[in-house]
Design a protein around this ligand. Structure first.
Ligand SMILES: Nc1ncnc2c1ncn2[C@@H]1O[C@H](COP(=O)(O)OP(=O)(O)O)[C@@H](O)[C@H]1O
Ligand SMILES: CC(=O)OP(=O)(O)O
Ligand SMILES: [Mg+2]
Length: 361
């Protein structure tokens, strides 16, 4: 299973029971090196029966996980522009894997599928019809593989069925988003047309006033590609702190008195609370708040600062400050709203979806 993120590449080989047989993880964007990493992984174990790929954007047409044949591969080229920090990178891995494993089925698993049932109210932007129709401007939502995995694990942990749950889930990693799950389905999410909208991220700005962008373009003559680069690669925690896009560094620097690190974390957690509060507006009760993603699982300070500021929803601080290696409830027993941490399972969910698709024939 291949998960090509914006800043990392994860290749995982799963056995029949869903256990991990072998993996490769690099903290640099996948590029030509993908072929070498893949070749090495294939050398180390028995040949796989199938390959699954995380593709962040399915665009308007690819609304379910699907066999990745030549026609689908051609469509993916067309929609790569919608997520330029993700899809082109994933396609280098897809191409390397299809070259090295020509005889096995390849499956494309999309981040957007989990949100494919968003209502018009949740998915439309308030712009004229010709923009919506001519350019296809609408909200899609991302991190769906992560949310699908976290939803299933949360249901197991709480002893309920997914269809019984009203949850707010946050995926905090390189990219960050929040999602409202009502009766087991996504009904709202903070990311939109691209994975740039919404929460503050590691190096991405999240939402800023669109008026600021047109002002920079027209009054300050900033080139569009510079704006795109700054918002996608030089903003977020990194842009605010000036030193790091990693909360582990920032929590340390803040303790040592670095005011910019403190500001970065304050803005990050403030926007995260706003995102959670916005998602709660689509629910009629809150059965749990779920943290996943790398920051969600390994940064207890962030969880604490987010939850301590959400007493209006019945959440409190005083959470267990652990680095999660398995699904855990970190709130106190009897808490009005349980706070749950689920280790990120994007690769595991690709494995689940790939097998399900191939089993259906
Ligand atoms: N507390 C943290 N733990 C792990 N990664 C973090 C943390 N804070 C920020 N990050 C950033 O999140 C990214 C890791 O997320 P990952 O999902 O593997 O990357 P990608 O952005 O490729 O999806 C890295 O870019 C890392 O710098
Ligand atoms: C959609 C998205 O932002 O993905 P990632 O967090 O892997 O960058
Ligand atoms: Mg990621």
């Amino acid at each position: 299973m291949a998960d090509a993120g914006s800043s990392s590449l994860r290749l995982t080989v799963f056995g029949d029971g869903g256990h991990v047989l072998n993996e490769h993880h690099s903290e640099s964007p996948p590029s030509k090196g993908a072929t070498q990493a893949l070749r090495q992984l294939l050398k180390e174990g028995p040949p796989p029966a199938a390959a699954g790929h995380r593709i962040v954007h399915g665009g308007p047409e690819l609304r379910s996980h699907t066999l990745l044949d030549d026609a689908v591969r051609a469509r993916l080229t067309q929609l790569a522009d919608l997520a330029p920090s993700h899809v082109p990178q994933a396609l280098t891995v897809v191409d390397a894997a299809r070259d090295l494993l020509p005889g096995v089925p390849h499956v494309a698993c999309f981040d957007t599928v989990f949100h494919s049932g968003l209502t018009a109210a949740a998915k439309e932007y308030a712009v004229p019809a010709d923009w919506r129709h001519t350019y296809g401007l609408r909200r899609y939502g991302f991190h769906g593989l992560s949310y699908a995995w976290a939803l299933a694990r949360t249901a197991e942990l709480l002893g309920r069925r997914p269809e019984q749950l009203h949850l707010v889930m946050v995926h905090l990693g390189g990219g960050c988003s929040a999602c409202a799950v009502r009766d087991g389905r996504s009904v709202d999410t903070t990311m939109g047309f691209t994975p740039l909208e919404g929460l503050v991220m590691s190096r991405r700005s999240g939402s800023i006033d669109p008026g600021a962008l047109t002002w920079l373009l027209t009054r300050k003559n900033l080139p569009a590609n510079e704006i795109e680069d700054v918002l996608n690669r030089r903003s977020g925690l990194l842009g605010l702190s000036g030193t790091s896009g990693d909360t582990r560094d920032l929590v340390r620097s803040r303790t040592a008195g670095d005011e910019r690190a403190a500001l970065a974390l304050d803005v990050f957690t403030h926007q995260c609370r706003r995102g959670i509060a916005g998602m709660a507006a689509s629910l009629s009760r809150l059965d749990a708040l779920v943290f996943t993603g790398e920051i969600g699982e390994d940064q207890p300070e962030v969880r604490e600062e987010v939850c301590a500021g959400l007493s209006v929803f019945g959440l409190t601080g005083g959470l267990r400050p652990l680095v999660a290696e398995r699904p855990e409830i970190v709130s106190e027993p009897g808490a009005r709203v349980p706070v749950v941490v689920i280790p990120t399972g994007e690769a595991q969910q690709i494995n689940v979806e790939t097998r399900a698709l191939l089993d259906r024939g």
